[in-house]
Structures are given as structure tokens and as C-alpha cells.
Unconditional design. Structure first.
Ligand SMILES: Nc1ncnc2c1ncn2[C@@H]1O[C@H](COP(=O)(O)OP(=O)(O)OP(=O)(O)O)[C@@H](O)[C@H]1O
Length: 379
């Protein structure tokens, strides 16, 4: 637990991870523990450490003390304060002195950046540069200082979803879900898989918009373009990885949907979605239909179409999840539009929302989660 909670001394920490990198059973144990609902999300160190099968590719950058200190003035950017440290580097609030605006500057702070870290920065820049969408953070430019890459982003005011205190009213989560799915659709349409969707990688702005961030583990698919710069192997944050990717399968749009479904489940219910069993190796996920029923049970009055969409994202078999982000968006937008529970006036609490009947969507019984979520919508 000390390891997962980041309480081990640096040397012991590095030793433990060095061992886990080569030991499949310890890795499995760590992943299972990271999924334990006994661990609050913010206390889970493994959450912020991208894991690659067989090794922890960016570990050196996460060891406290082993980092390079950037100058206060970096090209035209003046660093104001550290916003946070992630697996790939550090993110600073900075001012672009040329145009006098705030930016978020993500900088590689490894003492000796390795090829994997450099490739990840390059990949992030290539991925994000392709996507222009209000629900995805905008990158202004990429640069380099002392052989270390940096990326300059719009500074998004607000709170990350990890800072919210779930459970939230389901109407509010639906609003967030629509934004996230639109951002994800924009990424997938450009052939970009996010591969690290989690509450810490989405920011909710004061006006209620949500933006996806941190494409540091992104990769390209289905675009006819070779994934030249992709991080090889299985990567992601254990807690939000789909069952098949944890077992070694490549990431797909469906593994992104799984992570999104998990975020929505947690926001609606305030609970981790994993069932606890006697031994860590016996941890298992509930399937899509089970999750749909569980969401409905835990969130009284939730729109059945919304519960079905979350269940569909969380189906254990990726073939049972949404086929494309377009379909997921269409379902969520339909539910949000259905009129009796406008998302704009979404400050209702679940107990009040039980008064609002669902509209136009089929009952949750019958059919696969995907069929239930998509039925009646011409999808
Ligand atoms: N464009 C941005 N605007 C505002 N805050 C940002 C922006 N980009 C990142 N941040 C914040 O900076 C912090 C660090 O972000 P970063 O993505 O590097 O790390 P992380 O999400 O904490 O870790 P990980 O690498 O595991 O995803 C987070 O608190 C994040 O919310």
C-alpha cells in the first residue's frame, strides 16, 4: 500500500518498480490493488504512472529530485508556477510575453530524457495538433530548450474531474459525458486514440464546458499512417484500463470508451466500479448489463438510456461496447435532448430527478447493452 500511495522512500520505490517491471505476478498484484475501491482515486500512485508491459517507461521522470529545473524565462514564456507533475514532465502556468496571455506549458524535466520520453512528447504534439475541437485542449506550439521538448497549451481555467466530489447529479454527469464524448469523437475521427482517459485528464471550466487534456500516451489508428512515434506495448493508467488492454491487447476506440464509461460511473455513483473478491487475482469487472443495472440501482431516477450507455461502455467484451464514438455521442446527445431533463438546468439531485420520467428510450431489459443503448435511435 505504501508503494501505491507513493509513501515509499525513493530508493525503495525504484527498487519495487524495477522488480515489478520484470515480474508478471507482482505487476498483476499492483494492478489489482490499484483497482481496489479501498483506495481513494487521488491516493493511488499507480494512477499517475503510465505502465508499459515489461517496464515503466517514464519512471525516471517521476522520481522526486531526479529532475531538471527549468529557467524562469523560457523563450517567450515566463514560468509563473507549477500546476502539476505528471508521468511525462511538469506542467507550468506561464505567460506568453509576446501576446500577453496565460498558457499551460508542459515541459520534459527529466535530467536525461530517454528516447521513450522524447517520443512521447513528439507523439503528444502530433496527436493534439490534428485535433481542433472545443472539447479538446488547444496546443499553441511546440518548442525545445536545452534538448528538452516543451508544448504550449491554452490554459484551461477550472477543475479537473478528479477534483470533483462525486456523486454528482446524473444530469450534470450527462452534460459532462456529452462534452467528453464529443472531444473523444473528434480525436477518433482524426485517428487518435487517447489511451489515458481518466478524471485527472479532463477539466471542467467555470461555464460548464469540459476539455480533454494530456494526449501524452496517445497513438494513431486506422488512419493509414504508420504509428511511427507510438509508445509501443500496453500503456495506460491501470485503474482505467479496459480488461483486454490489461491482458495485453492493443488499445482500440473501445478501450477509450471503457475508460470513459468508468469515469462516468464514478461521477454518477461516487463509487469505484470494481467488485471486491477474496484474493486480488480474483478481481473481476461486471459486464455491461450488470453495470447498467448497478448504475440504475445506485442512481435512482437516472435516465435509462444514460445508464445503458454507461453499461455499454463498460461491457467486458469490447465487441459489446459502442462501435464508434459517433454512436456514443448520438446516444448521449439524444438522452440530453430528450427534453424532460434539460442538461442546462442540471442542479437537481438524484432524489428529485426520480420524479422525471425517461423519454423515448427502450427499457433497460433485453438485448445487448449496445442494442439497448442504440435501439430506437436508428443507430
Ligand atoms: N492546458 C492546461 N490548462 C490547465 N491545467 C492544465 C493543463 N494541462 C495540464 N494541466 C494541469 O497540470 C497538472 C499536470 O498535468 P499532467 O497532464 O502533466 O499530469 P497528470 O495528469 O497529473 O499526470 P499524468 O501524466 O499521469 O496524466 C494537472 O493538474 C493538470 O490538470
Amino acid at each position: 500500500m505504501a508503494l501505491l500511495e507513493g509513501r515509499l522512500p525513493v530508493a525503495a520505490n525504484a527498487l519495487a518498480h524495477g522488480h515489478a517491471a520484470d515480474c508478471a505476478s507482482c505487476r498483476t498484484l499492483l494492478v489489482a490493488l490499484a483497482h481496489s475501491d479501498a483506495l481513494p482515486a487521488e491516493a493511488c500512485a499507480a494512477e499517475s504512472v503510465p505502465v508499459e508491459h515489461g517496464r515503466f517507461p517514464v519512471w525516471a521522470a517521476t522520481v522526486p529530485g531526479a529532475t531538471w529545473k527549468p529557467p524562469v524565462q523560457l523563450d517567450e514564456f515566463r514560468l509563473e508556477r507549477l500546476l502539476g507533475r505528471g508521468g511525462m514532465g511538469a506542467v507550468y502556468l506561464a505567460r506568453d510575453t509576446l501576446v500577453d496571455r496565460r498558457v499551460a506549458l508542459k515541459l520534459c524535466v527529466a535530467l536525461q530524457p530517454d528516447a521513450g520520453t522524447l517520443a512521447s512528447f513528439a507523439m503528444e504534439a502530433h496527436a493534439i495538433a490534428r485535433i481542433k475541437h472545443p472539447n479538446v485542449v488547444t496546443m499553441y506550439r511546440a518548442g525545445e530548450i536545452d534538448g528538452r521538448p516543451y508544448l504550449v497549451y491554452e490554459h484551461v481555467e477550472g477543475k479537473s474531474l478528479a477534483e470533483l466530489r462525486p456523486p454528482l447529479p446524473w444530469q450534470r454527469v450527462l452534460d459532462i459525458a456529452v462534452g467528453l464524448s464529443r472531444g473523444l469523437r473528434a480525436a477518433h475521427e482524426r485517428g487518435v486514440l487517447h489511451r489515458d482517459l481518466k478524471p485527472g485528464n479532463a477539466i471542467l471550466t467555470p461555464d460548464g464546458a469540459v476539455k480533454l487534456l494530456d494526449f501524452g500516451l496517445a497513438t494513431f489508428v486506422g488512419s493509414g499512417r504508420s504509428p511511427l512515434l507510438a509508445v509501443p506495448g500496453v500503456v495506460g493508467t491501470p485503474r482505467y484500463m479496459a480488461p483486454e488492454t490489461r491482458l495485453g491487447a492493443s488499445a482500440t476506440p473501445q478501450s477509450d470508451f471503457y475508460a470513459l464509461g468508468l469515469m462516468l460511473f464514478e461521477l454518477c455513483t461516487g463509487r469505484a466500479s470494481f467488485m471486491r473478491h477474496a484474493s486480488p487475482s480474483a478481481f473481476r469487472l461486471e459486464g455491461g448489463a450488470g453495470m447498467r443495472a448497478r448504475v440504475s440501482e445506485l442512481v435512482p431516477g437516472i435516465d435509462p438510456g444514460f445508464a445503458a450507455a454507461i453499461g455499454c461502455c463498460l461491457a467486458e467484451d469490447p465487441a459489446e461496447r459502442f462501435a464508434q464514438a459517433d454512436a456514443l455521442c448520438a446516444v448521449l446527445e439524444h438522452v440530453a435532448r430528450s427534453g424532460l431533463h434539460p442538461v442546462a438546468s442540471s442542479q437537481l439531485f438524484p432524489s428529485q430527478s426520480a420524479l422525471l420520467p425517461g423519454l423515448g428510450l427502450p427499457p433497460p431489459e433485453g438485448g445487448s447493452p449496445r442494442e439497448v443503448a442504440q435501439a430506437g435511435m436508428g443507430l
